[in-house]
Design a protein around this ligand. Sequence first.
Ligand SMILES: NC(=O)c1ccc[n+]([C@@H]2O[C@H](COP(=O)([O-])OP(=O)(O)OC[C@H]3O[C@@H](n4cnc5c(N)ncnc54)[C@H](OP(=O)(O)O)[C@@H]3O)[C@@H](O)[C@H]2O)c1
Length: 332
Amino acid sequence: MSKAMMDVRGPGEVADTQMPSVGLGLWKVGSENLGELVHEAIRVGYRHLDSACDYGNECEVGEGLQHALATSSCHRKDLWVTSKLWNTFHEPRYVRPALERTLRDLRLDYLDSYLIHFPIALEYVAPEKRYPPGWFFEPDAQSPSMHSIKVPIAETWGAMEELVDAGLVRTIGVCNFGTSLLRNLQAGARIQPSSLQIELHPMLTQEKLVRFCHEEGIAVTAFSPLGAPSYVPLAMATEKESLLKHQVILDIAAAVTRTPAQVLLRWGVQRGTAVIPKTSQPNRLLENISVFDFSLSADQMLAVSKLDEGRRFNDPGDFCEQAFNTFCPIYE
Ligand SMILES: NC(=O)c1ccc[n+]([C@@H]2O[C@H](COP(=O)([O-])OP(=O)(O)OC[C@H]3O[C@@H](n4cnc5c(N)ncnc54)[C@H](OP(=O)(O)O)[C@@H]3O)[C@@H](O)[C@H]2O)c1
């Protein structure tokens, strides 16, 4: 493993500049009982939370955080909290107010990581009008659509750098970028991106992008590390695509006496990425973080990696047209 690669760390081992390898994803976790879920996650050992303005639940996450910090031996400095700048706040003048709203909702005075959520800039929507703003400009219009605007990533990045200068965020990074955009960002950056969050699972291994980041010292976080299940209810994947029922994964799970989910998460951690599985079921929290007491053999790692078929479930080039009446490709 190269020096730049992220260490495989236990869930509670936060070093100054490194995020713990397993975090709790918070997309599509309903508000009900979310405070208790966050509290329970911290109780069982999670020290990394993956939040975003767009998830519409930062207030409830904040309640859970406050409760956990007040009632457990976990201190703020032990946690790694990530949130994300939404697409409507890319113009530099909106970046700091967007972060301040997230901090207020999360009841925190700094973030460990603030990420640009998508390389997509949309027209500003005032928080008093709608928060979170979502993808549509006017959801109640007769034919609602997204309103793209042209904001250079470098300008948004400059405002992100000022958040670091102001001590409001420890590190800054991006999501859903490929190597070309990353190179362009790096070329003009005063503060380099410390992490990239992308869709990664055995059906979409993105070997070259992960390797590029590791060689550049950019930590990689895998979103949707379990693959299809997150997208089945959204009709963006089918049950048949679930890796949790794939024979290769079932066989390895039986061989290592762990669950299929643990095999997928261990594969992600063992290849040097962080993973941020989401669950709204408290009884799955411990399962998803218990991936540090076993390992996969080289053959098992290879067998899982061979499931790659370039299957991207979360593609704005598809879902923006289907769900938001607007063609918006970013990867082609
Ligand atoms: N930056 C971005 O653009 C972006 C995009 C997507 C996601 N994300 C982040 O990444 C996180 C994770 O991705 P994701 O939520 O899309 O997908 P995921 O974590 O791969 O999968 C979540 C799905 O798997 C189920 N699940 C969780 N643990 C399980 C287990 N042990 N056994 C069986 N099923 C299990 C969950 O159901 P239950 O809830 O019922 O357990 C849910 O349906 C998100 O929550 C979000 O924080 C970021």
